[in-house]
Write a protein that binds this ligand. Structure first.
Ligand SMILES: O=C(O)C1=C[C@@H](OP(=O)(O)O)[C@@H](O)[C@H](O)C1
Ligand SMILES: C=C(OP(=O)(O)O)C(=O)O
Length: 458
């Protein structure tokens, strides 16, 4: 048993807190596991099937809190959504343009993806809605979607600085948008494209740096006409023809590479480990971490590569490796944006000084992940420096002191990163709250226990 838990205690921002102490693991992680379904793809599967005509069956949907919020919201907007005992989800869509006005406030919990993508749909339907979220989501910027979406003819009313709660009076006759993304964000791109579904004519989004393209892939799967042009500068222009006939199509959700990242780094760092993860999504716009870890010297092999539901998937084998420092270029950030906290743990354990360039987007995630990742490492005896928008980490050559109390700030990725750090640190690591792991990785501790981590709670 390498961990102890306190009793749940109440807090003003969320009712249950689960703190945790993690001690160094003396044995290897071994075995074969399947990580839960991809969060990005799961949100989209529910939203797009809710707009389609007919019944969609979804296999492998992530049943994490964030995605369950999307399911709840799409029900409130008129879709019929059920879950079978075998884990399959069925969605009877209402048809494009036919979303119902929700009778109550839509609570998107902890999920930026749910809130931002839904804004695009709500802006382009002639209904009135109000959206809110938990204390973390209510701190996150919504102006990045409100600004482009206002040009559809929709009206937004938000708190100071464009924060939730947000009231949206959608446009019954939305204008199609042409927009160049000022930040590399798949959520903003998707919000604009989703607004374009119910607009007459062509919607166009230009992204200077390619971001995850699950929206484009899945809209095509449901019958929309979407084209992608690569620009000479390395960006992309995505064009969508408005008012497509969206027809229900079954969806298979691959394992989430962003969840696999935690198992992957743990297996690289814990001596003697040898782990296989089956059915992991390998979309090239999501695999920047794999590239980076290989540059550090990771033994990471992909087998059984295939395409499922329009997305590349494969099995990953990872073996404990001795890692060297890495210099991660800024133009790789979009393809591994959620993986920086766990990469920071790998860099802290590695030999040499690592630099993650251009990671300013980390400041607007569930927590300010630049600040919270720095605090995670510093409190556990690892030196760091923030240089403009770059994060520098001084590797400890396998000797992370540990002994710190980590504040996770309602951020699942911080909690999971801290737990992996605790498995390899010299002294026990205390984590203030692990509850938010359920937003993206239900069954996290049980899955690790199957590999031999010995966590006491799940
Ligand atoms: O489109 C998506 O599903 C996501 C896009 C990313 O956010 P940004 O678009 O804000 O970079 C990522 O951080 C998030 O976890 C999921
Ligand atoms: C940033 C994340 O998600 P979201 O923006 O959907 O809250 C994440 O899962 O790391």
């Amino acid at each position: 048993m390498n961990m102890s838990m306190t009793q749940p205690v109440s807090s003003p921002s969320h009712p249950v807190v689960r703190s945790l102490r993690v001690c160094r693991l003396g044995t290897a992680l071994t075995g074969t596991v399947a990580v839960p379904g991809d969060k990005s793809i799961s949100h989209r599967a529910l939203m797009f099937s809710a707009l389609a005509e007919g019944e969609t069956r979804i296999v492998g949907l992530l049943e994490g809190e964030d995605v369950l919020r999307t399911a709840q919201a799409m029900r409130a907007l008129g879709a019929r959504i059920t879950r079978e005992n075998d884990g399959r989800w069925h969605v009877h869509g209402c048809g494009l343009g036919a979303l119902h006005e929700p009778a109550d406030v839509l609570d998107m919990g902890n999920s930026g993806t749910a809130a931002r993508l839904l804004s695009g749909l709500l802006a382009s339907h002639g209904i009135m809605s109000v959206m809110t979220g938990d204390a973390s989501l209510r701190r996150r910027p919504m102006k990045r979607v409100m600004d482009p979406l206002a040009a559809t003819g929709a009206t937004f009313l938000a708190r100071e600085g464009g924060r939730l709660p947000l009231a949206i009076k959608g446009s019954a006759t939305p204008a199609p948008l042409t927009y160049r993304l000022p930040v590399a964000s798949a959520q903003v791109k998707s919000a604009v494209l989703l607004a374009g579904l119910n607009a007459q004519g062509q919607t166009q989004v230009e992204e200077p740096v390619p971001t995850r393209d699950h929206t484009e892939n899945m809209l095509r799967h449901f019958g929309a006409h979407v084209t992608v042009e690569e620009t000479p500068e390395g960006g992309r222009i995505v064009r969508l023809e408005g008012k497509p006939r969206l027809i229900a199509r079954d969806v298979t959700v691959p394992g989430d590479p962003s969840s696999a990242a935690f198992v992957l780094v743990a297996a690289l760092l814990v001596p003697g480990s040898d782990v296989i993860m089956t059915n992991v999504g390998l979309n090239p716009l999501r695999t920047g971490l794999f590239t980076t870890l290989r540059e550090m010297g990771a033994r990471l092999d992909v087998t059984n590569e295939r395409t499922e539901g329009g997305e590349p998937v494969g099995d990953l084998r990872v073996q404990a490796s001795s890692l060297q420092a890495v210099d991660v270029p800024a133009d790789r950030a979009a393809s591994m944006i959620d993986e920086y906290p766990i990469l920071a743990v790998a860099a802290a354990y590695a030999t040499g000084i690592s630099r993650f360039r251009g990671v300013e987007e980390l400041r607007v995630k569930e927590s300010d992940r630049l600040a919270s990742t720095v605090a995670l490492l510093e409190k556990n005896g690892v030196r760091t420096k923030v240089d403009g928008n770059d994060l520098i980490i001084y590797g400890t050559q396998g000797a992370i002191p540990g002994g710190g109390v980590v504040e996770t700030h309602m951020d699942h990725r911080l909690a999971m990163s801290a737990s992996v750090l605790g498995l390899v640190a010299e002294n026990p690591v205390d984590i203030d709250d692990t509850v938010f792991i359920d937003t993206s990785f239900p069954g996290y501790f049980a899955l690790f226990n199957n590999l031999g981590a010995g966590f006491a709670a799940a």
